[in-house]
Design a protein around this ligand. Sequence first.
Ligand SMILES: [Zn+2]
Length: 427
Amino acid sequence: MKPIQTQIPSATWKLLQQQLKYVEENSAFYQEKFQQLGVSANNLKAEDLTQLAITTKDDLASRNEDFICVPKREIIDYVTTSGTLGAPVTFALNEADLQRLAANEEKSFQLAGVTPDDVVQITTTLDRRFIAGMAYFLGLRKLGAGLVRVGSGVPELQWDSINRFQPTYLVAVPSFLIKLGNYAKANGIDCKNTSIKAAICIGESLRDENFQLNALGKKVEELWGIELYSTYASTEMSTAFTECEAHEGNHILEDLIYTEIVDARGNLVNDGEVGELVVTTLGIETMPLIRYATGDLVKKIIEPCKCGREGARLSSVLGRKKQLIKYKGTSIYPPQITEALADWPGIDLHLVKVSISQVGTDHLEVILPDSFQQEKLAALKAHLRAKLRVLPEISFWKTKKLQQTIFNPNHRKPIRFLDERMKTDEV
Ligand SMILES: [Zn+2]
């Protein structure tokens, strides 16, 4: 089969070339890679970009310092990746990178309709070596919107801030919006009657591949009755992909990032097909990445958006490459299990656990709180079998233990997936 070629627009190629030349001059890691391949940024053609090797998370972890392109005295901010799939990795930003990050978030908030007339309450961590909270602050400041830095957790302080400052937007993890909504219910607060008109949601997908709200998204919408915007980003990308008012995919900021979608062998897939997102960051000085494999499975949508903005979009993250579970001959990604459980009334807490069975295959387990009504178990099993085509083992933990595992204060996102296979294949 002939490999798929993509036409890179000349304006994008110019930015890519600048970034390639920059890493060739300044990055020990990429200098070595280019030499091994016998290529030079000066004579590389656009159609040959796919010849460059893919940069992996393992490269970043094992050769971390070799990615740094600026002298140490230039570095301002140190952060680490969230470590969802392994140990956290160091990232560093200089003044130019912080300005780029601010411009990126300004554009991202504009996509979600935020204007200088809005007040945005940030309910995610601003410190703890986390890039996103700071990025939101910088972007909103550049945009000229009002902002309230509440940070993560503390529902009481969140509600006090909503009442006090009358914010119009929240930036939040969807699971936290459910927690905040449940707190409101228990305390006689009407979630549907506040100053909040929309939430910008990070960390968890809100929509399925047809842009419909998934079960998590529906739950948040039912509870709050507000508009929900997805935004997807990571430390490594230093760039956000955000939904516009059409809610049909996350717009790609093409002057800040170049995206490719590849199959398991690293070959480009056709537009509209699911594959792994590979990114090349544009305009980054401290730790630029060339063809970096994110591990996130998405689709690229090239049809024009209803909003009239130009450029392609990405679907929600439909799974993570490393989280693929092969259970009883069926391939499953954890979000499919979460989605099937969220569809079932009354299950607010659950964990998906995968381990290696005695015969070396994946063993899949769904853990529910021990408050689950046992007389409904047979019906739940039938539901899961219908949705997933296989039935995971179901076990029960005490509600408190489950809650503490899911909302672990040392993690930035709720933990819904325990992968015990990682211990054997990741150092
Ligand atoms: Zn749009």
